[in-house]
Design a protein around this ligand. Sequence first.
Ligand SMILES: Nc1ncnc2c1ncn2[C@@H]1O[C@H](COP(=O)(O)OP(=O)(O)OP(=O)(O)O)[C@@H](O)[C@H]1O
Ligand SMILES: CC(C)(CO)[C@@H](O)C(=O)[O-]
Ligand code: BAL
Length: 284
Amino acid sequence: MILCQDVAKLRELVANFKKENKSIGLVPTMGALHEGHASLINASAKENDITIVSVFVNPTQFGPNEDYEAYPRTLENDCIVAQNAGADVVFAPKNKDLYPNEDMTWVEVTGDITKVLCGRTRPIHFRGVTTVVSKLFNLSRADRAYFGLKDAQQTEVLRRMVDDLFFNVELRIMPIVREADGLAKSSRNTYLSPEERKSALILSKSLKLAKEAFTNGQRDVEAILNLVKDTIQSEKTSQIDYVEMYKLPGLKPVGNKIEGRVLLALAVKFGTTRLIDNVILEDK
Ligand SMILES: Nc1ncnc2c1ncn2[C@@H]1O[C@H](COP(=O)(O)OP(=O)(O)OP(=O)(O)O)[C@@H](O)[C@H]1O
Ligand SMILES: CC(C)(CO)[C@@H](O)C(=O)[O-]
Ligand code: BAL
């Protein structure tokens, strides 16, 4: 596996892959790789000749009071995880490589899709994500790009960007990988104290209860939202950022009754750590 920390070198590698008619899968990450990331890399390695994993803690998607500085940076171990999962290249650029100029070009999806859910407390977040992912798409010339459903809003925003800008890349969205006890795997889980780690289980538990209620015929939006909120609040240390539902695709308003495909998503803080999780409610 090749570790590439240079834009010019990546372009050269990619040009050679293309000359050899090799299909390219891209797995964009911020590093601190875990089994969730490994599942995306595995999927890409199965479906493409070449898999490029990017490891880049993207400064433009963090707000001024967020955890950009504290975000875990573990490149050596990331290379081992990526290689074991089937990656051919780890691309780990520096800030100045992806943002060479002070004046810069933004790629921004406007409208409610970037303003609801995480967009409410992270108003500049998705503009940073779409900008950096555009750069990564162009540099990698990927045929397919792999994202996790844990960041469900991100996948909806990226789908809109790809459609609107005619990016020649197929988005592949992969299911949420969880710990044995149900907690969604996340690089930010490492911030949790043992007590907070226990409390955080309430997230997957509350979503499971919601799914059960839905399976048993509950279609009332308020009833399901209240069930989830009450369950989370039974953990005294939890601070709810949001528990909301939107219609898929496109995160449209859901109305009073659940119909079609609906995303039930939440963000909750334990201490200073903010975690997200979600489930899709849909009649089979
Ligand atoms: N548990 C998971 N299951 C499936 N995909 C995941 C999981 N966690 C992260 N991903 C996906 O991996 C990609 C990179 O995410 P990122 O590097 O931000 O990791 P993360 O664990 O989500 O970190 P964070 O703590 O920032 O939420 C994204 O597409 C994300 O959806
Ligand atoms: C897609 C991404 C790698 C862009 O920085 C990031 O938002 C993430 O890790 O989900
Ligand atoms: N996976 C989401 C990246 C972020 O929280 O910035």
